[in-house]
Design a protein. Structure first.
Lengths: 282, 266, 306
């Protein structure tokens, strides 16, 4: 077979692969939108579920997911960003930084259900937090911590060292240089990482399954020690434990709302990242 | 107060390589001193010792003394940050901050504040903040001194990255001037610039020496011949010869110097 | 002059040191979390070493922990289910993922790439529970009815369903990491090959891909680790019957699924409870090993192009 023909054949094959991926995305998202769009309404978003998930809305699940995201942000973002600053600015190539990087990579690979077990064994039982919002939020924070550290570290290391040198040569301290230059310039990259991490936290089920989420509650959680409802778990529980015909509207609706929330966050992160690349063309 | 830089017995190692060998030199105040030599001879390393930028490099070991103002800057109780305020540096590639022209210059003075002079040595001198008006005046003064004011006075809020290479470098000089150093180190400041921008900066250097001590590293011998009062020739980490620029170029005493000057080496 | 310098210097040094100490303490958090995972998994599983016959655990072929007469904790059915599901998803995801990567990095028109890359990131962001829901509601039904009456999967929910959607999760990981690996191969290599008259395909196959191989291997390892550790997709799509079977069209219950489903129904401190933690420990060990290999491959890749 002629070389040019061979190339054309393979390229067609690869184009086919990309097409398959694109189709998969369109079909999945398309179906969820198609099935769920009819269920969306103001009531659906603002009311509590009634009559065993056949009437009313998913308001408590939405709020529960939002509370989780807020708590995860408060816990994981400062720790993650400061750890990234430490790794990039204070240790460089020392052995401790090397170990820290290995640890972070491994944390990223831990299955979400194992984080759930950790949450159960350590927070719920050992620390005695019980099944609670804070136990779930902390467990999710563990899960997203390596993501925030990695994204922040990359953003920080992308700042050229010539700028650090310039600042230091003007007689400012290391911390002043970080505060006034390194962090501000890497902020968009850090923000992208944070948004992607939060969207991941919003969609996870296994960690909260074992640490505090419930299917039905008549009121919103009153404080962080309370149990709560959340969208991913609601979708899972309805899909696997209820009669489909009766609750299918709730299932489609929950899936769609969750998908919209996550996709919007991902798109926001992508847009920020692109704008940032334009602005800082070192 | 004397602003001579008195270097004695300076040895520098990067890991196992010795980059500078027993350098002894006295750099005079209010003159332009050029450091020349072939690539790798240690001239950048030398100049970076003066404002202790080499401290940032891991595995760098420094022995010897560098005295400024009668005090060895490598003494343990010396504040490195203070050193860098009094000894500024302009780098080879212009490195303005990704901020506005105004902010580039205002950044460091805002942090340092102004020092109130005091004769009472038992009390710590008060640092007070610059008022907004003072900052604006300081920025204008720096830009005028760096021969950039006329070109940017109408676009102070624009990004520094919109300037040409030569303008950016003069901005970096203005930024350094704003901190009111006594000594300014230039590490091959024109090597990334075109001849016209280079000429502007050379004129600027001659003007600056009235108020500052200037040390400039350059790989361009003609540049040294044009602007420098004194010239030091380094080769393979050693100071080979140091003296009046005219003397070095027209009547070098060392064979190596002559070889470099006449282009038979480097 | 000296006094003035000394006081300011001391204060600055103290402040900088203070910041450094705070940052060090904060960074220890990550290490503590990893250690905590290992420690708490171990603490909660080691009672199982005494309560349950370990030989039976690792080699037993029946998983029936709630049997009132004789609870059996053989994990082989669970392990086999994990293997089958991972193997099939890898079979699907690796070729398609690599093909899409090559298309994206070498062939695609820049405008197409601008659309495809975010699309793949969106795909990566779809929560696993939504994929599981899709598998359960739409895909399983499709598979059940599509080829009827000639063929039908043996069980409505089966391992194959799970594998397909695990593949959907694996592809974005493979694409983004492999693309990074291929992009970090120096352009000079590519140009040298083309200048010698090789076609783009030959350059790719013989020069770029071999050069990027450690990075690509790492990408594959990490995506497999993701498949092994994924829970919601398999819980919802593969059925929940812990039978030992190599046939992907039967139901199965991988390790992750088992932990998720049964933990909700187990009483604390029973043998069953501890064995579930032991399963978690096994899972952790497997993904840790995969990560280790991936890390090693990444380092080799970095060494080549530094």
């Amino acid at each position: 077979m002629r070389r040019k023909t061979k190339e054309r054949l393979f390229f067609l094959l690869f184009r086919g692969c990309a097409l398959v991926v694109g189709l998969a995305l369109l079909i999945i998202v398309g179906y969820i939108v198609f099935l769920g769009i009819g269920t969306l309404s103001w009531e659906f978003l603002t009311q509590f579920p009634k009559q065993r998930f056949t009437e009313g809305g998913i308001f408590p699940a939405i709020m529960g997911t939002l509370y989780l995201m807020a708590l995860v942000m408060i816990i994981a973002v400062p720790i993650g960003v400061f750890t990234a600053v430490y790794i990039s600015e204070y240790q460089g190539s020392s052995r401790f930084a090397g170990w820290l990087r290995v640890v972070v990579n491994n944390l990223a690979g831990v299955p979400s259900i194992v984080y759930g077990l950790l949450g159960l064994g350590m927070l719920v039982i050992f620390f005695g937090w019980g099944f609670s919002l804070i136990a779930s939020a902390m467990t999710l924070a563990f899960l997203v911590l390596p993501l925030i550290i990695t994204a922040s570290r990359e953003a920080i290391q992308a700042v050229p060292s010539s700028l650090r040198e310039a600042s230091l040569a003007l007689g400012t301290t290391k911390w002043q240089t970080i505060r006034h230059h390194v962090l501000p310039y890497s902020l968009p990259g850090i923000l992208t990482g944070v948004i992607l991490s939060l969207s991941r936290a919003a969609g996870e089920t296994a960690p909260i399954l074992l640490t505090g989420v419930v299917l039905t509650k008549s009121i919103l959680p009153q404080d962080i020690w309370d149990t709560f409802m959340a969208m991913p778990f609601q979708l899972y529980a309805l899909a696997t434990q209820t009669v489909f015909e009766k609750t299918k509207d709730f299932q489609y609706g929950t899936a769609l709302v969750l998908l919209i929330m996550v996709v919007l966050m991902n798109l926001a992160a992508i847009i920020i990242r692109n704008r940032y690349r334009e602005k800082y063309k070192w | 107060m004397a602003d001579e830089i008195f270097v004695s017995g300076l040895n520098v190692w990067f890991d196992k390589n010795q980059a500078l060998k027993n350098v002894n030199i006295t750099i005079p105040k209010n003159e332009i001193t050029a450091i020349i030599g072939p690539s790798g001879c240690g001239k950048s390393t030398f100049i970076r010792c003066i404002n202790r930028m080499n401290d940032l490099v891991q595995k760098c070991r420094i022995e010897g003394k560098i005295e400024v103002d009668g005090k060895n800057i490598y003494d343990p109780d010396v504040d490195v940050v203070e050193i860098r305020k009094r000894i500024g540096m302009v780098f080879q590639k212009p490195n303005p901050f990704p901020k506005s022209i105004f902010e580039n210059i205002a950044y460091a003075p805002r942090i340092h504040g102004k020092e109130e002079p005091t004769m009472d040595l038992t009390k710590e001198p008060k640092h007070s903040k610059f008022s907004k008006k003072e900052v604006v005046e300081l920025v204008e003064w720096s830009l005028r001194r760096a021969a950039l004011w006329e070109e940017v006075k109408d676009r102070m809020e624009k990004s520094a990255y919109d300037l040409s290479g030569g303008q950016q470098q003069r901005l970096c000089i203005a930024r350094t001037l704003a901190v009111k150093p006594e000594i300014i180190l230039f590490d091959e400041p024109c090597s990334a610039l075109d001849p016209i921008a280079t000429a502007k900066i050379e004129d600027l250097l001659v003007d600056l020496k009235k108020d500052f001590t200037v040390v400039i590293v350059t790989h361009n011998m003609q540049q040294a011949a044009r602007v420098a009062d004194k010239t030091a020739f380094f080769y393979l980490g050693e100071l080979i010869e140091f003296g009046e620029t005219e003397g070095i170029f027209e009547n070098p005493m060392q064979k190596l110097t002559e070889q470099y000057i006449t282009g038979r080496m480097g | 002059m000296a006094y003035k310098q000394r006081v300011t210097a001391q204060r600055r040094r103290f402040y900088d040191r203070f910041v450094y100490v705070i940052l060090t303490i904060v960074s220890l958090f990550a290490i503590i979390v990893l250690a905590a995972v290992a420690i708490f998994l171990f603490i909660n599983s080691y009672p199982a070493f005494f309560l349950v016959n370990q030989w039976q655990f690792f080699t037993g072929t029946t998983w029936d922990p709630t049997n009132p007469i004789e609870p059996l904790f053989g994990m082989l059915p669970l392990l086999v289910a994990t293997l089958v599901v991972t193997f099939i998803s890898a079979l699907i995801a690796i070729p398609i993922g690599l093909g899409a990567t090559i298309y994206l990095s070498e062939i695609a028109h820049p405008r197409v790439r601008k659309v495809m890359k975010p699309a793949i990131e969106v795909l990566a962001g779809i929560p696993s529970v939504v994929l599981g829901f899709f598998a359960l509601t739409v895909f399983a039904k499709f598979m059940w009815e599509a080829f009827y009456p000639d063929w039908r999967p043996d069980d409505y929910l089966n391992l194959f369903n799970g594998a397909v959607f695990l593949a959907v999760m694996m592809v974005p990981i493979i694409v983004s990491l492999s693309e990074d690996a291929m992009n970090s191969v120096p352009r000079s290599l590519k140009e040298a090959s083309l200048a010698l008259g090789m076609t783009r395909w030959e350059t790719m196959w013989k020069v770029i891909i071999p050069a990027a191989r450690p990075g690509i291997v790492a990408a594959i390892m990490l995506s497999i680790g993701r498949a092994v550790g994924e829970t919601m997709v398999v819980v919802m799509a593969t059925g929940s019957s812990p039978q030992l079977t190599w046939n992907p069209f039967y139901s199965g219950q991988p390790i992750t699924s088992t932990i998720a489903i049964e933990m909700g129904e187990v009483a604390a401190n029973t043998a069953h409870y501890h064995v579930l933690f032991e399963l978690g420990l096994v899972l952790f060990a497997i993904t840790f090993a995969l990560n280790f290999v991936a890390d090693y491959a990444m380092k080799r890749h970095a060494e080549r192009y530094q």
